[in-house]
Write a protein that binds this ligand. Structure first.
Ligand code: AMP
Length: 397
């Protein structure tokens, strides 16, 4: 069965066409600058040359039509008929407290996506536009919504409640939701299989370390805590996001820099994190190079990032009263051996020992802990598109 996976952003649309029988990616691509001058489709079919088309894309509907045309094109297409696409899986950011699993899109589901616009103001409107554009272009083809917040819905109130007046939770649903849920679910599930853990009771920590970064704790594959919050700003230090800080910092910067709260939040989202501390880059490869050249601020940024990840692992171990396995994923988690090693150096108190040779791997599923380590530590590459295709298949089969 062929499933089209769509990740619609405000001015972009990423896609993959996946053959679910073999889990092979038949084609993938990106529409950029939708609704802006200079729109471009980059389409990469498996086994054929990359195809780039620069043509105005005033709306997401035009973008979806261009994607479908590229998929069935005689030269760079990979299928002969649009009806070969059995279903479409959409990455959707926020489902508030409404859904703890993926769902087939109905009018009620679209209303929930819309009702959650205030919780995901940048992503949810684009996600809904993406769904509606596909519905128009492929009437009758089932659409599935896979929510980034779904995995976090198994958290109990002690983990998700913010200590602010309860009326704000009641009125506005302000609480911790967590994000990267599709990745955390995929990687924790794969960790359980890979390490042959007790699937009902195992305690797993997943560190998704990329430009956006988060940690989750799960017992028996169910999330009990996760580091991102009402928005993806909470938790770890990230590429450009601050992660946890004293909320009074917002007022302090606003007053002293004569900025609005929105402007300060923009700084915390886009100009902070390792970029903010280092002034060098949000990219770990640049930071490592700068630190090796003696750049002090790049060193502080890397040390602070590593320290924060280690602290979260420690606190989640306490939250679960133990941990059986820790997995690293995301661009940094999968590839940055040095950062992984330095995080694990904080975890000797858990009886964790890392095998330097095994830890030399990049992007491959493997143990990095020694065979006598008390906790199994692994690299498990994430694959959010495949996870979305699997969730879609499970609902429409
Ligand atoms: P992601 O957002 O998951 O794509 O991850 C992006 C981050 O992964 C960036 O900070 C990259 O520098 C980092 N990254 C990717 N490949 C490597 C690598 N080989 N070594 C170190 N960091 C890497």
């Amino acid at each position: 069965m062929k499933v089209l996976v769509i990740n619609a952003g405000s001015s972009s649309l990423k896609y993959q066409l996946i053959e679910t029988d073999t889990e092979e990616v038949l084609a993938k691509g990106l529409c950029e600058r939708i609704g802006i001058d200079g729109s471009k489709l980059t389409h990469t079919p498996e086994g054929k040359d990359k195809y780039v088309e620069e043509k105005p894309m005033p709306t997401h509907k035009t973008a979806v039509q261009m994607v479908l045309d590229a998929l069935i094109d005689r030269d760079h297409g990979v299928i002969s008929d649009i009806n070969d696409i059995a279903a479409v899986g959409h990455r959707v950011l926020h489902a508030g407290q409404y859904y703890s699993d993926s769902v087939i899109v109905t009018d009620d589901v679209k209303k929930v996506v819309k009702d959650c616009f205030p919780l995901g103001p940048l992503h949810n409107p684009a996600n809904l536009i993406g769904i509606e554009a596909c519905e128009d272009a492929m009437p009758g083809t089932p659409q599935v919504a896979v929510f980034d917040t779904a995995f976090g819905q198994s958290m109990t109130s002690k983990a998700y409640m913010y200590a602010i007046p309860y009326e704000y939770y009641e009125k506005y649903s302000i609480r911790k939701y967590g994000f990267h849920g599709t990745s955390h679910k995929f990687v924790s599930g794969r960790t359980i299989q890979f390490a042959d853990l007790d699937k009902d009771n195992c305690k797993v920590i997943v560190c998704h370390l990329g430009n956006g970064a988060s940690v989750s704790a799960s017992i028996g594959g169910k999330c009990v805590d996760t580091s991102m919050g009402l928005t993806p700003l909470e938790g770890l230090i990230m590429g450009t996001r601050s992660g946890d800080l004293d909320p009074a910092v917002v007022q302090f910067i606003a007053n002293n820099e004569n900025m609005t709260v929105d402007e300060v939040l923009d700084v915390l989202n886009k100009k902070s994190g390792v970029l903010g501390i280092s002034g060098v880059s949000s990219d770990f490869r640049d930071l490592s190079a700068a630190a090796s050249d003696g750049n002090e601020r790049a060193k502080i940024a890397l040390d602070a990032f590593i320290y924060r990840v280690a602290k979260y692992i420690g606190s989640y171990t306490a939250a679960m009263n133990g941990v059986d396995a820790i997995s690293f994923t995301g661009g940094i988690g999968e590839n940055d051996c040095d950062t992984r090693k330095k995080i694990c150096e904080y975890l000797g108190f858990l009886g964790i020992t890392i095998d330097d040779e095994k830890n030399g791997v990049r992007g491959t599923e493997t143990y990095i802990s020694t065979s006598d380590s008390k906790v199994k530590v692994m690299v498990i590459p994430t694959n959010e598109e495949l996870a979305i295709a699997r969730e879609t298949l499970a609902l429409v089969k």
